[in-house]
Design a binder for this molecule. Structure first.
Ligand SMILES: Nc1ncnc2c1ncn2[C@@H]1O[C@H](COP(=O)(O)OP(=O)(O)OP(=O)(O)O)[C@@H](O)[C@H]1O
Ligand SMILES: [Mg+2]
Length: 243
């Protein structure tokens, strides 16, 4: 669960003070898929960075899985982030001169996962994104879609509870983008990873459980998909008509 309470973020000061977010409050339940939507400059990335502890609010509270990020020291935030969260960006940020194996291994090294288990975890993550056959290939030689799949493998190798993706398909053609999106939703469904996607793409946004529309640093509206309730065959008898 992510709780954002009355978050304001300003940049600069005096004449050049700019308010990127103003009193933003929202709640994201564990396991949900969420889209943050809005025009360029509306504050989408800023909100995602604040939700994930990459950036600090100027005012307000952010509570992730019961922990207040605002109250933590920067090193504690880093440790919390690497144990619970992962990130995927528009520019893939992979190490081009290293193999796929080495790229996916990196988070395990940072988290000091035991050496014996590392290979198994890396191969499993590469399998999840259908890149097992590229394990020893140089990352720089992959196609764009493969690079993003590699970035996803690296993001999931540590079994994160939260996955943040900022315009993950921005550098891809639409067919390849669709494959990446399907993969992200599959991870959300099957591994119950909370998925927060920043996007301009309304069609993609419609696929998520919750859509947060930002305008000029404020929440314009939040739309939550209604859950489909199963009803028993005679449940209609119980409906009380309000007159
Ligand atoms: N470090 C910074 N210093 C000053 N202003 C900043 C800084 N980072 C962001 N901003 C400003 O805050 C506003 C929101 O930026 P943000 O990156 O969150 O927008 P966005 O909705 O993600 O846009 P895009 O769709 O173009 O990525 C913008 O006007 C931006 O110029
Ligand atoms: Mg952005």
């Amino acid at each position: 669960m992510i709780k954002v309470i009355d978050v304001t973020k300003t940049y600069g000061k005096g004449e050049s003070l700019f308010t990127a977010l103003y009193k933003v409050s929202t709640e994201i339940p564990a396991g949900a898929s969420v889209a943050i939507i809005g025009k360029s400059g509306s504050g989408k990335s800023t909100l995602m960075h604040i939700m994930s502890g990459l950036d600090r609010p100027s005012d307000g509270e952010v509570i992730v899985n019961g922990k207040s990020l605002v109250g933590l020291k920067p090193k504690q935030v880093d440790a919390f982030r690497s144990s619970e969260m992962s990130f995927i960006f528009q520019a893939f940020f992979i190490e081009a001169n290293q193999t796929c194996y080495q790229n996916v291994l990196l988070p395990l090294e940072i988290a000091k996962v035991g050496r014996r288990d590392r290979r198994k975890h890396v191969l499993e993550a590469l399998r999840a994104v259908d890149l097992e056959d590229k394990v020893d290939s140089l990352a720089g030689n992959l196609s764009g879609g493969q690079k993003q799949r590699l970035a996803i493998a690296r993001a999931i190798v540590n079994n994160p509870k939260l996955l943040f993706a900022d315009e993950p398909t921005g550098n891809l053609d639409s067919a390849t983008g669709d494959i990446i999106i399907d993969l992200l939703f599959k991870l959300n469904r099957e591994r119950k990873i909370t998925l927060v996607i920043v996007t301009h793409d309304l069609e993609l946004a419609q696929k998520t459980d919750i859509q947060i529309y930002l305008k000029d640093g404020e929440i314009e509206k939040t739309v939550a998909k209604k859950r489909q309730h199963r009803t028993s065959p005679n449940s209609s008898k119980k409906v009380v008509r309000m007159v």
